[in-house]
Every structure is written in C-alpha cells, then in structure tokens.
Design a protein around this ligand. Structure first.
Ligand code: SF4
Length: 249
C-alpha cells in the first residue's frame, strides 16, 4: 500500500472507504482538486499486514459522516485485521462513532456545538488574520475536555491571502505540494495568543510531518482514557454512544 508521506515514521495508517472528491468542499482542503498523494478513484483499504498493531485514521481528507455506515463497517474490519485502534474525522457535528473522532469545527462556517468526551480533539483551521473568529472558537471549545489543535492553512492561490498578510507567507512545499504557508514567526505569533490554554498545533512551526508532532497518537489514547472515566462510557469504549455498530475499543 502506498504510504501517506505525511504519516511516514508514525504508528498511524490511512483508510478511506469512499471514492471521489469529498462533497463537503471545504475551502483550501488538500484532498480535492488533484493534490492528494494518491488517486481518489479507488478506496484505500489497508490489509492486515499494513494495520497490525497500528492506529487507523479513517478519512484523512474525506469525512467519516459521508457514507457513514460504510465507514464504520470498514473501521470494524480494520479492528478485525489487527489494528490497535481506529479513529474518525468529520467536519459535521454528528459524533455517533464507535471510537474517538476528530472534529473540524470550521470546515466551512464556524460551528459552536457541545462535544462529547470521545471527541479526540477539536481542529480549528486557522490563518494569520481571522483572530476574532479563531479566538471565539478557542474560547468556546476550551470549555470541553478535548484539546484544541490549530491547523494552519496553506493557500494554493496567492490571492487567497489578504495583501497585508502576504509578508507572513512563503511559497513552500507542504508534504507533497507547494502552497503559501505561514512563516515560523507568524505561526509562533498566533500560537502565542493561546499560550497556557492547552491549545496545540498540527505539526510544528518547522515541520508538517506527523512524526515531528505525534498529536494524533497521543490524543487517541488520551481520548480512550478520558472515556474510561466519563459517565455513560465504558472501557470497551464508546458503545453507549454508538448507534450503528459494535464498539471498536
Ligand atoms: S495533529 Fe500532528 S499527528 Fe495529527 S495530523 Fe496533524 S501533524 Fe499529524
């Protein structure tokens, strides 16, 4: 199986049961438009040798709430093939998954919703200029147990970056493709706003690679531990909050 270069050197593998572009069409998403590392014409279903002992990330780029029953069925199959755990990704506030789920709260419009303990983290798509919007999301989601992870967006078209902000951006390869990316100094300036509030970032100011970050691995297990202690959850994991399949553990 072709490895996602962003995941190289980690204990996570991708699984994407759907085919074609993601119908959510979030602005600047790396998945649609021919910039993903593999074809979208075929599902990505790793075999037992690929997933044994690993964490399986459902729907990098796509959305686990699209064709949700298929996604959950394939996630269960990943466990049968020996995966140590499975987690989901969505920008739609439906969290009925039998495992931890990463929630992107501003894929399109910003969403201010309540989140249950098995939300692994809340992902905020961020930039160097929308401080009012980003601050409001951090303020809201800071009330919940799940951590917040800021994802600094890259822009394929320079015009997408406001003129006054362009000195803070550089044309730079991000995993496989070049984008206008914020400089390290610009990233540190934004992150400095949230210092001491448990807010993390996706990657590091210097690296977009998961091996240099490991948030997803750490926060998967943190979510599983959190659910052990949350009313209505059990150690077998999340079955009380799953209406469509067995708990994945
Ligand atoms: S948060 Fe870290 S581990 Fe997760 S996708 Fe981003 S870079 Fe990778």
């Amino acid at each position: 199986m072709a490895e996602n270069p962003k995941l190289a050197g980690t204990n996570i593998v991708d699984c994407i049961p759907q085919t074609g572009e993601c119908p959510n069409h979030c602005a600047e998403c790396f998945y649609n438009g021919g910039r993903f590392y593999r074809t979208l014409d075929e599902p990505l279903i790793p075999d037992a040798a690929d997933v044994a002992g690993k964490l399986v990330r459902m729907n990098s780029g796509h959305d686990s709430n699209i064709s949700r029953q298929l996604v959950v069925a394939v996630a269960c199959e990943m466990r049968r093939r020996g995966a140590a755990g499975v987690f989901f990704n969505t920008s739609i506030p439906n969290f009925a998954f039998p495992g931890p789920v990463v929630f992107t709260c501003n894929g399109r419009e910003p969403l201010f919703v309540d989140i249950p303990p098995h939300v692994m983290f809340v992902r905020v798509r961020c930039n160097t200029w929308d401080m009012t919007g980003q601050d409001a999301l951090v303020e809201h989601y800071g009330k919940f147990a799940a951590p917040i992870v800021m994802t600094f967006m890259g822009y394929y078209n320079r015009e997408s970056v406001p003129e006054a902000e362009r000195p803070k951006y550089r044309w730079k390869v991000h995993v496989t493709n070049p984008y206008w990316r914020p400089t390290e100094a610009a990233i540190l300036e934004v992150m400095g706003r949230y210092e001491g509030r448990g807010v993390r970032m996706c990657g590091t100011p210097a690296s977009s690679f998961c091996r240099d970050c490991l948030n997803c691995e750490h926060l998967y297990w943190a979510a599983m531990r959190r659910c052990c202690y949350a009313p209505g959850y059990n150690v077998a994991g999340l079955s009380a909050h799953n209406d469509i399949g067995p708990a994945l553990g």
